[in-house]
Design a protein around this ligand. Structure first.
Ligand code: CP
Length: 333
């Protein structure tokens, strides 16, 4: 992340050095947390801090991994998940609600259906007397920066014996137009050399032109296709996503497509490289058959666990405890 960054809002904040540093730190936090002494050390690093988890869109993994990450660092958490339980029900604006959090808490982690809402709050707090850090835990259809970090971390670990992420071919499959995880990861992969990205979806759900324009500007190769089975043997990693039909009502559309054509079935394992990586941000519906879970190439449950460690590393960095944790690692492991 650029040095002046204080909030975590958008993947464009992350540069290659930051990605290397945060993944290294996450690896070391993972090692430290294997012992009781290490766990107690981590829990002492930020035990004077408090965090508000403002999640007004549903979440399992992101919410729980941030909650766990805060616990690992000793941060005390409070949460608002249903705005009907806050004074928003009395007509208070969301902006005033979040500004109120900044008066009680040292960190605000937020998931919100509105694109750019986290960015707006970050600017609002910058101009206030209590400019606490804001982490975007998923905003609208556009950004999920911490999911992209955990996905990069998972790819880096998966390709650690294959020369790293650079020069890999990665397919994104499913509802790519409205899938903020695919959009965020595809943007971040432009940071790596000689990548080729494949966007596999029916035309109604294809990746947005804004992402393709970014790839063009960064000279990242890509292919747009609807033919999943043709792509499977060509790629090193496959990133499956679900249909994001929670947006149908707002958009006033419901495309009647055969989503089964964009699901990873047991038979597809035979088409895929023996050292390939199958990912999914989860939750899944039928995009990956459960029989695939036991295949060593299935990385999606590892992805979930990686999300906790990378979020510990992110929060430690925001509060400038990264150097201290690295010193502890060098002295104690
Ligand atoms: N990957 C992800 O964002 O999952 P949740 O919606 O459960 O947080």
């Amino acid at each position: 992340m650029k040095k002046e960054a204080f909030h975590c809002i958008d993947v464009q904040q992350f540069d290659p050095d930051f990605l290397e540093e945060i993944c290294d730190l996450a690896d070391k936090i993972r090692e430290i947390s294997r012992t009781k002494a290490g766990t107690e050390y981590l829990a002492s690093t930020l035990n004077h801090k408090r965090a508000m988890l403002y999640f007004v869109q549903p979440s399992t993994r992101t919410f729980l991994s941030f909650y766990s990450a805060c616990q690992m660092l000793g941060i005390k958490c409070a949460e608002v998940r249903d705005p009907k339980t806050s004074s928003e029900i009395k007509g208070e604006s969301e902006e005033d609600t979040v500004r109120t959090f900044s008066l009680y808490f040292d960190l605000i982690i937020m998931r919100h259906p509105r694109a750019n809402f986290a960015e707006k709050i970050a600017h609002l707090l910058n101009d206030s007397d209590h400019p606490v850090p804001v982490i975007n835990a998923g905003s609208g259809k556009d950004q999920h920066p911490t999911q992209a970090l955990l996905d990069i971390y998972t790819l880096r670990r998966s390709f650690s014996h294959r020369g790293g992420i650079a020069r890999k071919k990665i397919a994104f499959v499913g509802d790519l137009r409205r899938g903020r995880t695919a959009r965020s990861l595809a943007s971040l992969l432009t940071q790596y050399q000689e990548m080729k990205l494949y966007f596999v979806a029916p035309p109604e759900y294809q990746i947005g032109q804004d992402i393709l324009s970014l790839l063009d500007r960064r000279s990242t190769a890509y292919e747009v296709t609807a033919d999943f089975e043709k792509v499977i043997p060509e790629v090193d990693a496959i990133y499956m996503t679900r249909l994001q039909d929670e947006w149908d009502q707002e958009e006033g559309v419901h495309a009647d497509i055969d989503i089964a054509r964009y699901s990873f079935q047991r038979r597809h394992l035979d088409l895929f490289k023996p050292d390939g990586v199958i990912m999914h941000p989860l939750p899944r519906r039928q995009e990956i058959a459960v029989e695939v879970d036991s295949d060593p190439r299935a990385a999606y449950w590892r992805q979930v666990r990686n999300g906790m460690y990378i979020r510990v590393a992110l929060i430690a960095g925001i509060f400038q405890r990264d150097r201290k944790i690295l010193d502890y690692y060098l002295s104690n492991t």
